[in-house]
Design a protein around this ligand. Structure first.
Ligand code: DX5
Ligand code: ZN
Length: 214
């Protein structure tokens, strides 16, 4: 089964609710909530209030929170209280990544680790038993609408070769075409911003991507 997630980063912020409803109607499984701190990445996006507002309006919609920030430990409990069903932190942050992953799992939600393009699979080998998902960035994190990096595919293969059986999610420049490469390499969760939000027929994109798992 392929999980399809739509990134709210590509939505019209003044009409986010309408965009989320459109995604839900198109068959998108979950919401991907990109949180940026203007420090770990050179951009600033949303805070925990967005999570809470989405939870209130869409109580049953799974929220996958991608924390592109240093010191995520200061915010994790708030995001969980506000409705996150999964929280992903970056492997490259200062601090004890293992401890933070353990804390997320203790709270009863999915824990994920994400790797920037420059971080290889070997760097997170020891973290794999602590993760329900690994998020492989297929662009440099920070902005939507960038070009997919096919040279990240060997990283996905390496993670599967290490025996990782949890979810492998890809994020950045994913569309119905690039999704084929990612799924062939071993990914089973696809984050899409531009390709879904700006699509004329997002349901067709979802259908084509879901079919890659058949
Ligand atoms: C980038 C974010 C992505 C972004 C993807 O740093 O993590 O989730 O929204 O956007 P697209 O699909 O447009 O590359
Ligand atoms: Zn993301």
């Amino acid at each position: 089964m392929i999980e399809i997630l739509s990134s709210i980063l590509a939505s019209d912020v003044l009409n986010m609710g309408a965009d989320v409803r459109r995604m839900q109607e198109a068959g998108v499984d979950s919401l991907h909530v990109d949180i940026m701190d203007a420090h770990f990445v050179p951009n600033l996006s949303f805070g925990p209030a967005v999570s809470a507002a989405l939870k209130k309006e869409f109580p049953c919609y799974h929220q996958d929170v991608h924390l592109m920030m240093d010191h995520p430990e200061n915010y994790i409990d708030t995001f969980i209280a506000n409705g996150a069903g999964a929280v992903t932190i970056h492997a490259e942050i200062p601090g004890n990544v293992q401890e933070i992953l353990g804390h997320i799992r203790e709270k009863g939600i999915k824990a994920g680790v994400s790797v920037k393009p420059g971080t290889d699979a070997e760097a997170i080998r020891d973290l794999l038993p602590l993760c329900d998902l690994v998020l492989v960035m297929t662009v440099e994190p920070g902005f939507g609408g960038q070009k997919f990096m096919p040279d990240m595919m060997p990283k996905i293969r390496a993670l599967r070769e290490m025996g990782y059986q949890g979810q492998i999610m890809v994020d950045g420049g994913i569309n119905a075409e690039t999704a084929k490469e990612a799924v062939a390499a071993g990914a089973d969760a696809l984050v899409m911003g531009t390709a879904l939000l700006k699509a004329e027929d997002p349901a067709a994109v979802v259908k084509a991507c879901k079919a890659l798992g058949d």
